[in-house]
Design a binder for this molecule. Structure first.
Ligand SMILES: [Cu+2]
Length: 171
């Protein structure tokens, strides 16, 4: 059977596009380092999150070794606790694990300008670990539509010079 040269060209071009699209979707799903909110952070009762050993009173805690901190953040309509009324403060040159949960509806937790970006799902604790080398100030935003005040749901994270970080700020 004779296939016209242009017909063949379009067949090849269409096939190449299909391969390219599947490739970009695959890269986005597994190659770019994205992770789903999974069970590593454990589960909690969303109506009483701190009752579970997987979640503590929101705040900054000393981690398992020096220079490591655990930050427990409760997201709820329409604030981060801590973060919204008081900035989250951690020292520079530290490794910080955020444990984020929601006590009402699905929220987002993004540290603006970094690759820290997770969902805050009621009943589920999302954990993300990150290193902060330099003092800096970051915004926190909720990027899952969570209700009429969603656009006001924001906070801040201050990475302060180690000398300015007071151990009394740690729970
Ligand atoms: Cu929200």
């Amino acid at each position: 059977m004779h296939v016209h040269r242009f017909e063949r060209l379009w067949l090849v071009a269409a096939l190449a596009m299909i391969v390219l699209f599947i490739g970009t979707v695959t890269y986005g799903a597994v190659g770019a380092g994205y992770g789903m909110v999974d069970d590593t952070g454990g589960q909690v009762d969303p109506t009483d999150a701190t009752a579970s050993e997987n979640f503590r009173e929101p705040g900054v805690y000393n981690g398992s070794e020096p220079g490591h901190y655990d930050v427990y953040i409760e997201a709820k309509q329409f604030l981060f606790v801590p973060g919204t009324s008081d900035p989250v403060r951690v020292p520079a040159n530290s490794t910080v694990t955020f444990h984020v949960t929601s006590t009402d509806v699905v929220h987002g937790f993004e540290v603006v300008g970094t690759n820290i970006n997770t969902m805050a799902v009621p009943g589920q604790v999302a954990t993300v670990t990150v290193e902060f080398d330099e003092p800096d100030e970051y915004g926190l935003v909720c990027n899952e539509y969570c209700g009429s005040g969603h656009h006001t749901m924001a906070g801040s994270l201050h990475v302060v010079p180690a000398a300015q970080f007071n151990q009394t700020e740690v729970n």
